[in-house]
Design a binder for this molecule. Structure first.
Ligand SMILES: Nc1ncnc2c1ncn2[C@@H]1O[C@H](COP(=O)(O)OP(=O)(O)OP(=O)(O)O)[C@@H](O)[C@H]1O
Ligand SMILES: O=P(O)(O)OC[C@H]1O[C@H](OP(=O)(O)OP(=O)(O)O)[C@H](O)[C@@H]1O
Ligand SMILES: [Mg+2]
Length: 403
């Protein structure tokens, strides 16, 4: 009898394939693709139907505690994948992947960190099981697959992409024509134990929970992996519960959202395991660095740096004029520096250079206000980072961890 040890991921793939055709076991050929710690699986290949004994990795398992590398899960495909790599790149964190089909990568700027590319739902599951320490996914995915697990902690709740909401939608036509709220939907006489409201959704945890919490009694659920908006027109469902962003897909399928029917608002978030943050060496430090970079970048994205010259009798007098304008107070306040010119062999000050951060949305208004108080030569440049003394989310994280 031969005994081999393989990572659990290989066992699962072998098992899945065995359902349809042949079973094949793949072995790591180099250290580069081998998770440096994994659960032990013993395959006893002598019996006609191979007996497989698996000891999965867990927080309490030996293998999990032996792992010294820190693991960050990133979406391997779909719309979140590119935006996530884009955010990291903008934060000077370059993910080095030798081949798109290789699921492990590194970020040279963060030593001892392994990046693992996974489906978003698996990122959440693996953080819960202790096989990943950190991950970037949609908030909807954390809620659906985290299922209120208290070990999951949202470290950054607004990474500014993947914005959408999880909403109930019903047809605009037929018996739903005059139904515009969740309450009206719940009160429709059509729904009985024998003929419940049929909802198609991929969110089979959040869906029933939301219906229960909102007092909808006679509801049944069916699930599909995509194109849910077709279900009502196909007669498969009365309503759907799915992600909505621009609303185009709903509109194109003659569906509408209803008041009170939004389960949650979502965007990409950085999520971590509480156990990893508090128990695994180095996780808190790496999380701090990632968080600082994210916060500094995301804060800067919304701002321009505006530089201008202003004639004035003193820095105080220029400051008073600037602070009289609502859009020119900057982050902490404007920076005002004297501009020295040569007059009769002496250094004289006629002008002051002012630097002020302004929200992108308020740029034109700010330029108008600057001109109104005598500003000239206005230069506008993009900002890359704004590092504050301390990132607000870091304090919140320490509080959540009781540190
Ligand atoms: N229309 C959308 N606009 C913005 N963000 C979205 C939208 N749909 C989904 N998202 C966000 O992106 C995440 C990934 O979406 P999803 O799971 O649908 O993957 P995908 O990129 O569409 O690939 P696939 O559905 O083929 O697996 C969701 O969990 C959600 O946070
Ligand atoms: O409000 P909108 O901007 O139209 O976006 C909403 C659509 O986007 C998502 O689907 P996706 O594009 O991911 O296709 P899928 O159903 O194949 O996952 C979601 O499931 C909706 O169908
Ligand atoms: Mg999708």
């Amino acid at each position: 009898m031969a005994t081999v040890t393989v990572p659990p991921s290989l066992l699962l793939s072998a098992y899945a394939q065995n359902q349809q055709c042949s079973i094949s076991l793949a072995f790591p050929s180099s250290r580069a693709v081998l998770p440096r710690s994994h659960g032990a699986i013993t395959c006893c290949a002598a019996s006609p139907s191979s007996q497989v004994v698996a000891s999965p990795v867990s927080h309490n398992g030996r293998a999990a505690t032996e792992r010294t590398e820190i693991r960050l899960g990133l979406p391997s495909k779909g719309r979140m994948a590119d935006d996530t790599l884009g955010l990291l790149k903008d934060c000077q964190l370059s993910v080095r992947q030798s081949n798109p089909r290789q699921y492990v990568a590194e970020i040279p700027q963060l030593s001892n960190l392994e990046v693992w590319f996974q489906r978003p739902k698996d990122i959440v599951r693996k953080i819960s099981s202790g096989d990943l320490d950190l991950g970037i996914v949609g908030f909807d995915t954390v809620n659906e697959y985290g299922q209120d697990n208290e070990d999951l902690i949202i470290v950054h709740d607004a990474l500014d992409y993947g914005e959408c909401r999880l909403s109930i939608a019903i047809p605009k036509y037929g018996i739903f024509e005059n139904v515009n709220s969740l309450r009206q939907l719940a009160e429709m006489p059509q729904w009985t134990p024998e003929r419940p409201l049929r909802v198609a959704t991929g969110f089979t945890y959040l869906g029933p929970k939301f219906m229960r919490e909102n007092g909808l009694k006679h509801v049944s659920f069916s699930t599909a992996d995509g194109a849910l908006e077709a279900a009502p027109a196909m007669g498969i469902a009365d309503a759907i519960l799915d992600l909505v962003s621009s609303g185009t897909t709903l509109r194109e399928n003659n569906l509408k959202e209803i008041e009170g029917g939004t389960v949650l608002q979502s965007q990409a978030v950085l999520v971590a395991s509480r156990k990893s943050l508090t128990k695994r060496k180095g996780v808190l430090d790496i999380t701090h660095e990632i968080l600082e970079r994210f916060e500094a970048h995301l804060r800067a994205v919304g701002q321009f740096m505006v530089t201008a010259n202003m004639r004035g009798s003193s820095a105080d007098e220029v400051a008073r004029r600037l602070l009289s304008q609502p859009s020119l107070s900057g982050l902490q306040g404007p920076t005002i520096s004297p501009v020295y010119s040569k007059r009769g062999g002496e250094a004289a000050i006629d002008y002051y250079a002012i630097n002020v951060c302004v929200p992108k949305k308020a740029l034109y208004k700010s330029v108008q206000q600057l001109r109104a108080i005598g500003g000239s030569g206005v230069l506008v440049s993009p900002l890359t980072y704004i590092f504050d003394e301390e990132t607000p989310r870091w304090r919140q994280l320490l509080l959540k961890l009781g540190l």
